[in-house]
Design a binder for this molecule. Structure first.
Ligand code: HEM
Length: 415
């Protein structure tokens, strides 16, 4: 039955019900990858949540899960929603990335995860905390003495490339294209189209960089990158798994944190009362980092593929269906987070899904949190007032962030 429904926040519900035995899956013709929706996806997400636990996106043919409990359930059911058939939305990407950790199932996934876990777990990172804090303090001091600066180009983009680049062991003079390739690699997850094709070309360049620069000889001894080759030398992983693992570091490890940092400056700069309150209560810093990640989740969505027996909230999902798990929508679900569009530094949204959940939960989340907290704490130490101008929104198939943000830090006066 076709039932016309009103225009709603950029998502037009063209047909409401398609009968699948007794259970219906609503349809929606919103294009989650159009420029307009990528600029402001939240009304479209709200419409999807309103339509039902699972909605067919007719433009691209896949299903979308957008409510908090359902996204969490899908991510925690890797037996019925697999990653091994690709977590992107086009065949070419899923083929190119077929050997990556993010697109693997057990037991292969566990083997890859152990290699990264050895260096990215809280214990392994204990010694790194100090280094990150001192780099954060230097960068904040540097921009605070300028009249103004670009909080993306001269701040957010500097820090993770410097810190993570050093941890991976990449030569300092050979890091200038890393963010362009990572940004492209996230675009490449999208449905077929120009943006996606350009992203696939960036992945090819990144792979070439790994083959020629991030080599055994090129990476600093003892670094996280070198540890990948050590694992291959010990026979823990086959040699050919090294490249996709290094690519995971270069793709997932930098641009995500860059976007989180940019969003943090924008949110704090546009919520002066929150910044003042935070300065009076610096102990809130860790929960503010969570709130930034909840409200502007840097990685908005990834896919899973249903296998026999899959269901979402009791609705059977046919084998082979590609399902988008929209983390960013789950994080704005009004049934999980009251008044979800409000940036609330006292919310402490533990359980947010910005890092995913379950088997594939972000392997670098401890590092990302150390970086974001270090930066926020350095700002609390040194900055009195944050002023921001008009942001320029990044348009990326998966990432939510900015490409530019004029900003100024008024330095804190010594007591
Ligand atoms: C704010 C920063 C970050 C965000 C928001 C983020 C987000 C995510 C998300 C949502 C996933 C889950 C993918 C899925 O469900 O299929 C993921 C996986 C992953 N992330 Fe992150 N990430 C961040 C930082 C990092 C960093 C710093 C690293 C490494 C240095 C990293 C490495 C990885 C890896 C290797 C995976 C794949 C894990 C697996 O498949 O088992 N991430 N990330």
């Amino acid at each position: 039955m076709l039932r016309p429904v009103p225009q709603d926040g950029g998502c037009r519900r063209v047909s409401q019900e398609v009968k699948l035995s007794v259970i219906s899956i609503p349809e929606c013709d919103v294009d989650l990858f159009s420029d307009d929706v990528l600029r402001d996806p939240y009304p479209a997400y709200a419409t999807l949540r309103d339509l039902g636990p699972v909605v067919r996106l007719t433009r691209h043919g896949f299903l979308a899960v957008s409510r908090y409990g359902d996204v969490r359930a899908v991510l925690n059911d890797p037996e019925h929603f697999v990653s091994g058939k690709g977590v992107g939305f086009n065949d070419e990407f899923n083929h190119v990335r077929a050997s990556s950790i993010i697109a693997s199932d057990e037991p292969r996934h566990g083997v890859l995860r152990d290699v990264l876990g050895e260096r990215l777990g809280p214990r392994a990172l204990r010694g790194v905390d100090e280094l990150i804090r001192s780099r954060a303090a230097e960068l904040v001091a540097d921009v605070a003495q300028r009249e103004s600066f670009d909080a993306v180009k001269e701040f957010a983009e500097i820090f993770p490339v410097q810190v993570v680049g050093e941890l991976i062991g990449l030569p300092a003079d050979k890091r200038s294209h890393l963010l362009r390739w990572a940004n492209g690699a996230f675009n490449a997850f999208g449905p077929p189209g120009e943006r996606t094709s350009a992203g696939l070309a960036d992945i090819a360049e990144q792979f070439e960089y790994i083959r020629t620069v991030a080599t055994r000889e090129g990476l600093a001894p003892g670094s996280m990158g070198a540890a990948v080759y050590d694992a291959a030398d010990r026979g823990d992983i086959p040699e050919e798994w090294s490249l996709p693992l290094l690519s995971a570091y270069l793709t997932a490890g930098m641009d995500t944190t860059v976007n989180a940092l940019a969003s943090m400056i924008l949110l704090l700069g546009t919520h002066q009362d929150s910044w003042r309150e935070l300065r009076e209560h610096p102990e809130l810093a860790p929960s503010v980092v969570n709130e930034v990640l909840r409200i502007e989740s840097p990685a908005q969505l990834f896919a899973r593929v249903a296998v026999e027996g899959a269901q979402v909230a009791g609705i059977p999902i046919a084998e082979g269906e590609r399902v988008a798990a929209i983390y960013a929508s789950a994080n704005r679900d009004e049934n999980q987070y009251p008044d979800p569009d409000r940036f609330d530094i006292r919310r402490n949204p533990a359980g947010h899904l910005a890092f995913g959940s379950g088997l594939h939960v972000c392997a670098g989340q401890h590092l990302a949190k150390i970086e974001l907290r270090a930066m926020l704490e350095a700002m609390l130490d040194q900055v009195e007032v944050i002023t921001v101008g008009e942001p320029t929104r990044k348009i990326n198939n998966v990432l939510r962030g900015l490409t530019g943000l004029p900003a100024a830090f008024a330095a804190r006066q010594p007591a």
